[in-house]
Design a protein around this ligand. Structure first.
Ligand code: NAP
Ligand code: MG
Length: 402
C-alpha cells in the first residue's frame, strides 16, 4: 500500500514518562507504516526543556502559530520533587500554561464515548464538550482577611488620577473580601474560540453565567458573547444549522443533566474547573478524554487530557508490565492529522484519522482493553492487555479496516 502523503508538517511536541513511551509505540505501530509523516519535532521532555532553559517550549508554540496545528504529548509540570529528580536549573513553568499564554486559546475537553463504557448519567448518549475560559476571575483575585469593623471599597484610579469608588461593605465585625477582574479582550478571544469550535464541529454552543446577580461582571461576559455572535457568527451558525444558546448557570446545570449531549458547554474559569471534572468522571475515565487548545485566530493544539501517568512509568522502569491506556494520546494524533487534512485538502489523511479512531473503538468494543477500562466496562469477561499489546490489537483492527 502506498503511504498517505502530507504537505504541511504537524508541530510534534514530545513529552515525558509513560506517555513518552506510548508516543513512540503509537508512531511506530499506527502512523509511520501508513503515513508519510511530516512533523517538525520539538522535544518538550523535561530534560531537554531544562537543557534549553525552556526555550524549546516557546519555540514549539511559535511553530504552532506558523503551521497552525500541533500535537502534544503529556509533560511534567515541575514541583519540588522534580527539581531534585531531574536536577533542574529552575522550576520551569507548566508547558501547557506557556503555550496557552502564547496562543491565547481556550481548551475544549471531550469524552471519547464507546459501547461498553457507559456514562453514569444514562441519558448522556452523546459527548458533552466543556470549553473553559482560562484567564482571570478567582484565579487572579486579590483577597484580604478583615480583622474587625471598618469600610471596604473598590477603587478605580484612572490614568488622569480621577477616582471611582464603590462600597463593598461596611464591616461591623471580622470578615473576608475578594477583588476579581477580567479583560474584554480575553473574554472576546474566549467567545471567538467557542464560536469557531462550534462551527468546526457542527455542534450547538451553550454559555451560562450568573448575570441576574452579577449585573456588571457576569453581564459583561453575556454581552460580549452576544455582540460578537450577532456581528460575526449569526449567519454562519444559521448556515451550519447550529444554535448559540445563553442561559443562567443554574438553569444550564439542570438542563445538562436532562440533555442527551452532543453540544459544547462554554464555562467561565471557575465553572469550567468544577464542571469539567464532573462531566469527565461521569463519562468514565480521564484516559478517554481528548483536549484541544483552540486560539481565536484558529490555531489548534491537540493532546490527551491526562498527565504523564508517572506511577505506571516507574513500574515500567523496574521492568514490570504496565497496562496504560493510549486512546486519548492516539486521538490527539487523529485530531491533529484530520485538522491538517482539512486545512490542506487531503481527504486520504482525514479518512485515515477516522479509521484509526474506529479501530480504537472497535478494539475496546470487541472486549480487548487496558486495565483502567476493564475495571469499569459493562462488557463481560474483557481481555486485559498490556500497554504494547493494546496498541498491537488496534494495529490489527486498523489493518482490517484499511
Ligand atoms: P496522571 O498522569 O493523569 O495519572 C493519574 C492516575 O490516573 C494514574 O496513576 C492512573 O491511575 C490514572 N491514569 C491516567 N491516565 C491514564 C491512562 N492513560 N491509562 C491508565 N490510567 C491512567 O496524573 P499524575 O500521575 O498525577 O501526574 C503525572 C504528571 O503528569 C505530573 O508531573 C503532572 O505535572 C503531569 N500532568 C501533565 C498534564 C499535561 O501535560 N497535559 C496534565 C496533568 C498532569 P492508576 O495509577 O490507579 O492506574
Ligand atoms: Mg480542577
Amino acid at each position: 500500500m502506498e503511504k498517505i502523503k502530507m504537505t504541511t508538517p504537524l508541530v510534534e511536541m514530545d513529552g515525558d514518562e509513560m506517555t513518552r513511551i506510548l508516543w513512540k509505540i503509537i508512531k511506530d505501530e499506527l502512523l509511520l507504516p501508513f503515513i508519510d509523516l511530516k512533523t517538525e519535532y520539538y522535544d518538550l521532555g523535561l530534560e531537554y526543556r531544562n537543557e534549553t532553559d525552556d526555550k524549546v517550549t516557546f519555540e514549539s508554540a511559535y511553530a504552532t502559530k506558523k503551521y497552525g496545528v500541533a500535537v502534544k504529548c503529556a509533560t511534567i509540570t515541575p514541583n519540588g520533587a522534580r527539581m531534585s529528580e531531574y536536577n533542574l536549573k529552575e522550576m520551569w513553568k507548566s508547558p501547557n500554561g506557556t503555550i496557552r499564554a502564547i496562543l491565547d486559546g481556550t481548551v475544549f475537553r471531550t469524552p471519547i464515548t464507546v459501547k461498553g463504557i457507559e456514562p453514569c448519567v444514562r441519558n448522556w448518549t452523546k459527548p458533552i464538550t466543556i470549553a473553559r475560559h482560562a484567564y482571570g476571575d478567582v484565579y487572579k483575585a486579590s483577597e484580604m482577611k478583615i480583622p474587625g469593623p471598618g469600610k471596604c471599597e473598590l477603587v478605580y484610579t484612572a490614568e488622569d488620577g480621577t477616582e471611582v469608588r464603590e462600597l463593598i461593605h461596611d464591616f461591623t465585625g471580622a470578615g473576608v473580601i475578594q477583588g476579581q477582574h477580567n479583560l474584554d479582550s480575553s473574554i472576546g478571544s474566549f467567545a471567538r474560540s467557542c464560536f469557531n469550535y462550534a462551527l468546526d464541529t457542527r455542534q450547538d454552543l451553550w454559555f451560562a453565567t450568573k448575570d441576574t446577580i452579577s449585573k456588571k461582571y457576569d453581564h459583561t461576559f453575556k454581552d460580549i458573547f452576544q455582540e460578537i455572535y450577532d456581528v460575526e457568527y449569526d449567519a454562519k451558525f444559521k448556515e451550519a444549522g447550529i444554535e448559540y444558546f445563553y442561559t443562567l448557570i443554574d438553569d444550564a446545570v439542570a438542563r445538562v443533566m436532562k440533555a442527551e449531549g452532543g453540544f459544547i458547554w462554554a464555562c467561565k474559569n471557575y465553572d469550567g474547573d468544577v464542571m469539567s471534572d464532573m462531566v469527565s468522571s461521569a463519562f468514565g475515565s480521564l484516559a478517554m478524554m481528548t483536549s484541544v487548545l483552540v486560539s481565536p485566530e484558529g490555531y489548534y493544539e491537540y493532546e490527551a487530557a491526562h498527565g504523564t501517568v508517572q506511577r505506571h512509568y516507574y513500574k515500567h522502569l523496574k521492568g514490570e508490565e504496565t497496562s496504560t491506556n493510549s486512546v486519548a494520546t492516539i486521538f490527539a494524533w487523529t485530531g491533529a492529522l484530520r485538522k491538517r487534512g482539512e486545512l490542506d485538502g487531503l481527504g486520504d489523511l482525514c479518512r485515515f484519522a477516522d479509521k484509526l479512531e474506529q479501530a480504537c473503538l472497535g478494539t475496546i468494543e470487541s472486549g480487548k482493553m487496558t486495565k483502567d477500562l476493564a475495571l469499569i466496562t459493562t462488557i463481560e469477561n474483557p481481555t486485559v492487555l498490556n500497554s504494547q499489546e493494546f496498541i498491537k490489537a488496534i494495529r490489527q483492527a486498523l489493518e482490517e479496516i484499511l
